[in-house]
Design a protein around this ligand. Structure first.
Ligand code: SF4
Ligand code: SF4
Length: 384
Protein backbone atom coordinates (compact mmCIF):
# COMPACT_ATOMS: atom_id res chain seq x y z
CA UNK A 1 0.00 0.00 0.00
CA UNK A 2 1.30 3.44 -0.90
CA UNK A 3 2.00 5.97 1.83
CA UNK A 4 0.19 9.31 1.75
CA UNK A 5 1.84 12.39 0.24
CA UNK A 6 4.50 13.71 2.59
CA UNK A 7 5.33 17.40 3.13
CA UNK A 8 8.94 16.92 2.03
CA UNK A 9 7.87 15.61 -1.35
CA UNK A 10 8.73 18.00 -4.16
CA UNK A 11 5.86 20.13 -5.35
CA UNK A 12 4.72 21.00 -8.83
CA UNK A 13 5.80 24.54 -9.74
CA UNK A 14 3.37 24.78 -12.67
CA UNK A 15 6.18 25.31 -15.15
CA UNK A 16 4.21 23.52 -17.84
CA UNK A 17 7.12 21.57 -19.30
CA UNK A 18 5.30 18.28 -18.95
CA UNK A 19 2.38 19.68 -20.93
CA UNK A 20 4.62 20.17 -23.94
CA UNK A 21 5.68 16.53 -24.14
CA UNK A 22 2.64 14.48 -23.09
CA UNK A 23 1.41 12.55 -26.15
CA UNK A 24 -1.98 11.96 -24.59
CA UNK A 25 -2.58 15.66 -24.04
CA UNK A 26 -1.29 16.44 -27.53
CA UNK A 27 -3.62 13.91 -29.15
CA UNK A 28 -6.74 14.85 -27.18
CA UNK A 29 -6.29 18.44 -25.99
CA UNK A 30 -7.90 17.33 -22.74
CA UNK A 31 -6.25 19.17 -19.86
CA UNK A 32 -7.60 16.63 -17.35
CA UNK A 33 -5.36 14.00 -18.99
CA UNK A 34 -2.22 16.12 -18.59
CA UNK A 35 0.57 14.91 -16.31
CA UNK A 36 0.15 17.63 -13.72
CA UNK A 37 -3.62 17.21 -13.60
CA UNK A 38 -3.15 13.51 -12.91
CA UNK A 39 -0.53 14.31 -10.31
CA UNK A 40 -2.79 16.78 -8.47
CA UNK A 41 -5.71 14.39 -8.49
CA UNK A 42 -3.68 11.41 -7.32
CA UNK A 43 -2.05 13.44 -4.53
CA UNK A 44 -5.41 14.74 -3.43
CA UNK A 45 -6.57 11.15 -3.23
CA UNK A 46 -3.52 10.26 -1.17
CA UNK A 47 -4.43 13.00 1.29
CA UNK A 48 -8.17 12.34 1.26
CA UNK A 49 -8.87 8.76 0.27
CA UNK A 50 -12.49 8.18 -0.64
CA UNK A 51 -12.91 11.54 -2.42
CA UNK A 52 -13.52 9.58 -5.59
CA UNK A 53 -15.07 6.17 -6.03
CA UNK A 54 -12.74 3.23 -6.60
CA UNK A 55 -14.14 2.98 -10.12
CA UNK A 56 -13.31 6.63 -10.86
CA UNK A 57 -9.76 6.23 -9.59
CA UNK A 58 -9.37 3.08 -11.64
CA UNK A 59 -10.58 4.99 -14.70
CA UNK A 60 -8.26 7.95 -14.06
CA UNK A 61 -5.25 5.71 -13.42
CA UNK A 62 -5.93 3.95 -16.70
CA UNK A 63 -5.46 7.12 -18.72
CA UNK A 64 -1.69 7.24 -19.01
CA UNK A 65 0.67 5.75 -21.59
CA UNK A 66 3.45 5.36 -18.98
CA UNK A 67 5.77 6.80 -21.62
CA UNK A 68 7.85 8.65 -19.01
CA UNK A 69 8.24 11.80 -21.10
CA UNK A 70 6.81 14.05 -18.38
CA UNK A 71 9.11 12.74 -15.66
CA UNK A 72 12.18 13.19 -17.89
CA UNK A 73 11.52 16.92 -18.35
CA UNK A 74 10.11 17.78 -14.91
CA UNK A 75 12.50 20.11 -13.04
CA UNK A 76 11.02 18.87 -9.74
CA UNK A 77 11.66 15.24 -10.73
CA UNK A 78 8.01 14.42 -10.22
CA UNK A 79 7.27 10.95 -11.51
CA UNK A 80 3.72 10.86 -12.80
CA UNK A 81 3.86 7.36 -14.35
CA UNK A 82 5.11 6.00 -11.01
CA UNK A 83 2.21 7.72 -9.22
CA UNK A 84 -0.18 6.30 -11.82
CA UNK A 85 1.31 2.82 -11.36
CA UNK A 86 0.81 3.05 -7.59
CA UNK A 87 -2.82 4.08 -8.13
CA UNK A 88 -3.29 1.22 -10.54
CA UNK A 89 -1.83 -1.10 -7.95
CA UNK A 90 -4.31 0.11 -5.34
CA UNK A 91 -7.24 -0.20 -7.73
CA UNK A 92 -6.59 -3.19 -9.95
CA UNK A 93 -9.41 -3.66 -12.39
CA UNK A 94 -10.21 -6.03 -15.19
CA UNK A 95 -7.66 -4.39 -17.51
CA UNK A 96 -4.80 -5.10 -15.08
CA UNK A 97 -5.95 -8.68 -14.63
CA UNK A 98 -6.19 -9.17 -18.40
CA UNK A 99 -2.78 -7.55 -18.96
CA UNK A 100 -1.14 -9.78 -16.36
CA UNK A 101 -2.66 -12.86 -18.01
CA UNK A 102 -1.57 -11.67 -21.48
CA UNK A 103 2.04 -10.95 -20.47
CA UNK A 104 2.38 -13.91 -18.10
CA UNK A 105 0.89 -16.27 -20.67
CA UNK A 106 2.92 -15.04 -23.65
CA UNK A 107 4.36 -18.45 -24.51
CA UNK A 108 0.94 -20.10 -24.52
CA UNK A 109 -1.22 -17.27 -25.89
CA UNK A 110 0.79 -15.26 -28.40
CA UNK A 111 1.48 -17.97 -31.01
CA UNK A 112 -2.24 -18.83 -31.08
CA UNK A 113 -3.14 -15.14 -31.42
CA UNK A 114 -0.71 -14.81 -34.33
CA UNK A 115 -2.20 -17.87 -36.05
CA UNK A 116 -5.65 -16.33 -35.68
CA UNK A 117 -4.29 -13.04 -37.03
CA UNK A 118 -2.90 -14.81 -40.10
CA UNK A 119 -6.24 -16.50 -40.65
CA UNK A 120 -8.32 -13.34 -40.35
CA UNK A 121 -5.92 -11.03 -42.14
CA UNK A 122 -5.58 -7.29 -41.43
CA UNK A 123 -9.26 -6.44 -41.76
CA UNK A 124 -10.99 -3.45 -40.23
CA UNK A 125 -9.74 0.05 -39.60
CA UNK A 126 -6.51 1.12 -37.88
CA UNK A 127 -6.20 -0.52 -34.48
CA UNK A 128 -9.11 -2.93 -35.03
CA UNK A 129 -8.90 -6.23 -33.13
CA UNK A 130 -8.21 -8.13 -36.36
CA UNK A 131 -5.40 -5.74 -37.27
CA UNK A 132 -3.90 -6.10 -33.80
CA UNK A 133 -3.88 -9.87 -34.23
CA UNK A 134 -2.48 -9.61 -37.76
CA UNK A 135 0.29 -7.36 -36.44
CA UNK A 136 1.58 -10.31 -34.44
CA UNK A 137 2.45 -12.13 -37.67
CA UNK A 138 6.05 -11.74 -38.81
CA UNK A 139 6.17 -9.40 -41.83
CA UNK A 140 8.33 -10.26 -44.84
CA UNK A 141 11.95 -9.19 -44.25
CA UNK A 142 13.50 -6.36 -46.29
CA UNK A 143 17.11 -6.83 -47.29
CA UNK A 144 18.41 -3.29 -46.88
CA UNK A 145 21.58 -3.71 -44.85
CA UNK A 146 24.38 -6.19 -45.33
CA UNK A 147 27.34 -6.36 -42.96
CA UNK A 148 30.58 -6.17 -44.95
CA UNK A 149 33.31 -5.78 -42.36
CA UNK A 150 33.43 -6.33 -38.62
CA UNK A 151 35.85 -4.80 -36.16
CA UNK A 152 36.33 -7.32 -33.35
CA UNK A 153 34.51 -6.09 -30.30
CA UNK A 154 37.09 -4.78 -27.81
CA UNK A 155 35.07 -6.01 -24.86
CA UNK A 156 34.30 -9.58 -25.96
CA UNK A 157 33.57 -11.04 -22.54
CA UNK A 158 30.96 -13.63 -21.83
CA UNK A 159 27.77 -12.54 -23.58
CA UNK A 160 24.14 -13.65 -23.68
CA UNK A 161 21.10 -12.24 -25.45
CA UNK A 162 17.98 -11.01 -23.73
CA UNK A 163 15.57 -11.48 -26.63
CA UNK A 164 12.39 -10.42 -24.90
CA UNK A 165 8.90 -11.89 -25.02
CA UNK A 166 7.99 -11.08 -28.64
CA UNK A 167 11.23 -12.45 -30.09
CA UNK A 168 11.03 -15.56 -27.92
CA UNK A 169 7.47 -16.38 -28.94
CA UNK A 170 7.00 -14.98 -32.45
CA UNK A 171 10.18 -13.46 -33.90
CA UNK A 172 12.94 -16.06 -33.53
CA UNK A 173 14.64 -14.60 -36.61
CA UNK A 174 15.60 -11.53 -34.56
CA UNK A 175 17.61 -13.60 -32.10
CA UNK A 176 19.15 -15.54 -35.00
CA UNK A 177 20.35 -12.36 -36.66
CA UNK A 178 21.54 -10.85 -33.39
CA UNK A 179 23.53 -14.02 -32.72
CA UNK A 180 25.11 -13.90 -36.19
CA UNK A 181 26.05 -10.24 -35.71
CA UNK A 182 27.61 -10.92 -32.31
CA UNK A 183 29.54 -13.81 -33.82
CA UNK A 184 30.85 -11.44 -36.48
CA UNK A 185 31.99 -9.14 -33.68
CA UNK A 186 33.90 -12.01 -32.12
CA UNK A 187 31.64 -12.69 -29.16
CA UNK A 188 29.74 -15.94 -29.48
CA UNK A 189 26.67 -15.56 -27.24
CA UNK A 190 25.97 -18.32 -24.78
CA UNK A 191 22.51 -19.85 -24.44
CA UNK A 192 19.96 -17.49 -22.99
CA UNK A 193 19.48 -18.30 -19.32
CA UNK A 194 15.93 -18.70 -18.05
CA UNK A 195 14.86 -15.11 -18.58
CA UNK A 196 11.28 -14.00 -18.06
CA UNK A 197 9.60 -10.71 -18.97
CA UNK A 198 11.79 -7.70 -18.13
CA UNK A 199 8.92 -6.58 -15.92
CA UNK A 200 8.62 -2.99 -17.16
CA UNK A 201 5.11 -3.26 -18.53
CA UNK A 202 3.95 -5.14 -15.43
CA UNK A 203 5.28 -2.34 -13.24
CA UNK A 204 3.56 0.34 -15.31
CA UNK A 205 0.32 -1.59 -14.98
CA UNK A 206 0.60 -1.44 -11.17
CA UNK A 207 1.37 -5.15 -10.94
CA UNK A 208 4.21 -4.66 -8.47
CA UNK A 209 4.20 -8.27 -7.26
CA UNK A 210 4.39 -9.71 -10.78
CA UNK A 211 7.15 -7.25 -11.66
CA UNK A 212 9.12 -8.16 -8.54
CA UNK A 213 8.90 -11.84 -9.51
CA UNK A 214 10.13 -11.05 -13.01
CA UNK A 215 13.04 -8.98 -11.67
CA UNK A 216 14.04 -11.67 -9.18
CA UNK A 217 13.91 -14.36 -11.87
CA UNK A 218 16.09 -12.38 -14.27
CA UNK A 219 18.65 -11.42 -11.64
CA UNK A 220 18.89 -15.06 -10.53
CA UNK A 221 19.34 -16.16 -14.16
CA UNK A 222 22.10 -13.57 -14.67
CA UNK A 223 23.94 -14.66 -11.54
CA UNK A 224 23.61 -18.35 -12.49
CA UNK A 225 25.03 -17.57 -15.95
CA UNK A 226 28.14 -15.97 -14.40
CA UNK A 227 27.08 -12.29 -14.65
CA UNK A 228 27.59 -12.00 -18.42
CA UNK A 229 27.04 -9.02 -20.66
CA UNK A 230 23.32 -8.92 -21.56
CA UNK A 231 22.71 -7.80 -25.14
CA UNK A 232 19.25 -6.47 -26.01
CA UNK A 233 17.48 -5.44 -29.20
CA UNK A 234 14.19 -4.19 -27.75
CA UNK A 235 14.23 -0.63 -26.42
CA UNK A 236 11.58 -1.35 -23.82
CA UNK A 237 13.44 -4.41 -22.54
CA UNK A 238 16.61 -2.31 -22.33
CA UNK A 239 14.71 0.29 -20.34
CA UNK A 240 13.12 -2.32 -18.07
CA UNK A 241 16.36 -4.16 -17.40
CA UNK A 242 18.42 -1.01 -16.88
CA UNK A 243 16.06 0.04 -14.10
CA UNK A 244 17.16 -2.93 -11.95
CA UNK A 245 20.46 -1.25 -11.10
CA UNK A 246 18.72 1.45 -9.02
CA UNK A 247 15.89 -0.71 -7.74
CA UNK A 248 16.20 -2.11 -4.21
CA UNK A 249 13.70 -4.82 -5.23
CA UNK A 250 16.38 -6.33 -7.48
CA UNK A 251 18.48 -7.19 -4.41
CA UNK A 252 21.77 -6.13 -6.03
CA UNK A 253 24.51 -4.81 -3.76
CA UNK A 254 26.45 -1.74 -4.92
CA UNK A 255 29.11 -3.71 -6.82
CA UNK A 256 26.55 -5.97 -8.47
CA UNK A 257 24.35 -3.00 -9.38
CA UNK A 258 27.31 -1.37 -11.11
CA UNK A 259 28.11 -4.64 -12.89
CA UNK A 260 24.48 -4.97 -13.98
CA UNK A 261 24.40 -1.40 -15.28
CA UNK A 262 27.52 -2.13 -17.36
CA UNK A 263 26.18 -5.51 -18.49
CA UNK A 264 22.95 -4.35 -20.16
CA UNK A 265 24.04 -3.43 -23.69
CA UNK A 266 21.86 -2.50 -26.66
CA UNK A 267 22.97 -4.43 -29.74
CA UNK A 268 22.92 -1.30 -31.89
CA UNK A 269 25.63 0.22 -29.71
CA UNK A 270 27.92 -2.66 -30.63
CA UNK A 271 27.10 -2.34 -34.34
CA UNK A 272 28.63 1.12 -34.70
CA UNK A 273 31.95 -0.42 -35.68
CA UNK A 274 30.41 -2.70 -38.35
CA UNK A 275 30.54 -1.51 -41.97
CA UNK A 276 27.25 -2.17 -43.75
CA UNK A 277 26.42 -1.93 -47.44
CA UNK A 278 23.05 -0.29 -47.95
CA UNK A 279 20.66 -1.25 -50.75
CA UNK A 280 18.70 1.66 -52.17
CA UNK A 281 15.28 1.64 -50.51
CA UNK A 282 12.27 1.79 -52.83
CA UNK A 283 10.47 4.39 -50.71
CA UNK A 284 11.17 6.65 -47.77
CA UNK A 285 12.68 5.06 -44.69
CA UNK A 286 11.37 6.50 -41.42
CA UNK A 287 12.56 5.81 -37.91
CA UNK A 288 10.27 5.78 -34.88
CA UNK A 289 12.00 6.55 -31.58
CA UNK A 290 10.38 4.49 -28.79
CA UNK A 291 9.45 6.55 -25.74
CA UNK A 292 11.49 4.33 -23.46
CA UNK A 293 14.66 4.71 -25.52
CA UNK A 294 15.03 8.18 -24.02
CA UNK A 295 17.15 11.01 -25.39
CA UNK A 296 20.23 8.83 -25.84
CA UNK A 297 18.54 6.38 -28.21
CA UNK A 298 21.29 4.03 -29.45
CA UNK A 299 19.16 2.65 -32.31
CA UNK A 300 18.51 6.13 -33.61
CA UNK A 301 22.17 7.11 -33.37
CA UNK A 302 23.28 3.98 -35.24
CA UNK A 303 20.60 3.98 -37.95
CA UNK A 304 20.80 7.67 -38.73
CA UNK A 305 24.57 7.37 -38.97
CA UNK A 306 24.53 4.67 -41.67
CA UNK A 307 25.71 6.27 -44.92
CA UNK A 308 23.08 5.74 -47.59
CA UNK A 309 20.26 4.97 -45.19
CA UNK A 310 19.89 7.97 -42.88
CA UNK A 311 16.22 7.43 -42.12
CA UNK A 312 13.97 10.35 -41.32
CA UNK A 313 13.97 10.22 -37.54
CA UNK A 314 11.36 12.94 -36.98
CA UNK A 315 11.77 14.99 -33.84
CA UNK A 316 11.40 12.06 -31.46
CA UNK A 317 8.22 13.45 -29.91
CA UNK A 318 5.75 10.92 -31.23
CA UNK A 319 4.32 8.02 -29.26
CA UNK A 320 2.84 4.89 -30.85
CA UNK A 321 -0.02 4.97 -28.34
CA UNK A 322 0.32 1.39 -27.12
CA UNK A 323 0.56 2.35 -23.47
CA UNK A 324 0.64 -1.22 -22.17
CA UNK A 325 -2.41 -1.75 -20.03
CA UNK A 326 -3.95 1.55 -21.20
CA UNK A 327 -4.87 0.12 -24.59
CA UNK A 328 -7.22 -2.34 -22.85
CA UNK A 329 -9.03 0.24 -20.76
CA UNK A 330 -9.01 3.13 -23.22
CA UNK A 331 -8.53 1.79 -26.76
CA UNK A 332 -9.96 4.99 -28.28
CA UNK A 333 -7.27 7.13 -26.64
CA UNK A 334 -4.60 4.65 -27.65
CA UNK A 335 -5.78 4.91 -31.26
CA UNK A 336 -5.95 8.72 -31.11
CA UNK A 337 -2.27 8.89 -30.10
CA UNK A 338 -1.30 6.49 -32.91
CA UNK A 339 -3.33 8.45 -35.45
CA UNK A 340 -1.54 11.64 -34.47
CA UNK A 341 1.82 9.95 -34.97
CA UNK A 342 0.96 8.78 -38.48
CA UNK A 343 -0.40 12.19 -39.37
CA UNK A 344 2.72 13.98 -38.10
CA UNK A 345 5.01 11.62 -39.97
CA UNK A 346 2.95 12.17 -43.16
CA UNK A 347 3.33 8.45 -43.92
CA UNK A 348 2.36 7.40 -47.41
CA UNK A 349 2.25 4.26 -49.49
CA UNK A 350 5.70 2.78 -50.04
CA UNK A 351 7.20 4.12 -46.81
CA UNK A 352 9.03 1.78 -44.48
CA UNK A 353 9.03 2.64 -40.78
CA UNK A 354 11.72 1.08 -38.63
CA UNK A 355 11.83 0.86 -34.87
CA UNK A 356 13.49 -1.20 -32.19
CA UNK A 357 10.75 -1.75 -29.60
CA UNK A 358 8.57 -4.84 -29.69
CA UNK A 359 5.55 -3.04 -28.31
CA UNK A 360 5.83 -0.07 -30.67
CA UNK A 361 6.23 -2.40 -33.65
CA UNK A 362 3.02 -4.33 -33.05
CA UNK A 363 1.05 -1.16 -32.30
CA UNK A 364 2.44 0.64 -35.35
CA UNK A 365 1.80 -2.35 -37.63
CA UNK A 366 -1.80 -2.47 -36.36
CA UNK A 367 -2.41 1.22 -37.03
CA UNK A 368 -0.29 1.99 -40.11
CA UNK A 369 -1.92 3.60 -43.14
CA UNK A 370 -2.36 1.31 -46.15
CA UNK A 371 0.84 0.48 -48.01
CA UNK A 372 3.15 1.56 -45.15
CA UNK A 373 5.40 -1.24 -43.91
CA UNK A 374 6.60 -1.49 -40.30
CA UNK A 375 9.66 -3.52 -39.31
CA UNK A 376 12.31 -3.99 -36.70
CA UNK A 377 15.68 -2.88 -38.07
CA UNK A 378 16.87 -6.48 -37.61
CA UNK A 379 14.29 -7.45 -40.26
CA UNK A 380 16.26 -5.33 -42.73
CA UNK A 381 19.64 -6.93 -42.11
CA UNK A 382 20.66 -9.58 -44.63
CA UNK A 383 23.16 -11.82 -42.91
CA UNK A 384 22.34 -15.08 -44.71
S1 SF4 B 1 3.73 9.17 -18.73
FE1 SF4 B 1 3.37 9.96 -20.84
S2 SF4 B 1 1.13 9.76 -21.19
FE2 SF4 B 1 1.49 9.56 -18.95
S3 SF4 B 1 1.18 11.65 -18.19
FE3 SF4 B 1 3.41 11.41 -18.57
S4 SF4 B 1 3.75 12.18 -20.67
FE4 SF4 B 1 1.51 11.86 -20.43
S1 SF4 C 1 6.97 19.57 -15.42
FE1 SF4 C 1 6.78 18.97 -13.23
S2 SF4 C 1 6.79 20.93 -12.12
FE2 SF4 C 1 6.41 21.44 -14.29
S3 SF4 C 1 4.14 21.50 -14.48
FE3 SF4 C 1 4.77 19.41 -14.99
S4 SF4 C 1 4.62 18.27 -13.03
FE4 SF4 C 1 4.63 20.45 -12.52
Amino acid sequence: MDSPARPQEPQCILCGRCLEVCPLLAATGREELSPRAKLFTLRRLDEAPGTLSARSVEHLAGLCLSCGRCSRVCPQRLDVPAAVARARGRHPGFAAWAWKAWIGGADALWPGAARLGALLGPRGGPGSPARKLAAMVQAAPRALLRPEAFEPCPDAGKTVLFSGCLARTLRPAWAGKATALLRGLGCEPGPEPGWGCCGATLGHAGLAGARAEAVARNVAAWRAAGRPRVVTFCASCTHGLSAYAADPAAGLDAAEAAAWARAVTPLSRLLRTVRFSVAAPTGRVLYHAPCHAGADDPDRAWLTGLPGLEPDAGDGRDCCGLGGVMQLGAPGLSQAVAARLWQRRAAREGDLLLSGCSGCLTQLAATAPGGVAVAHWLDCIDIS
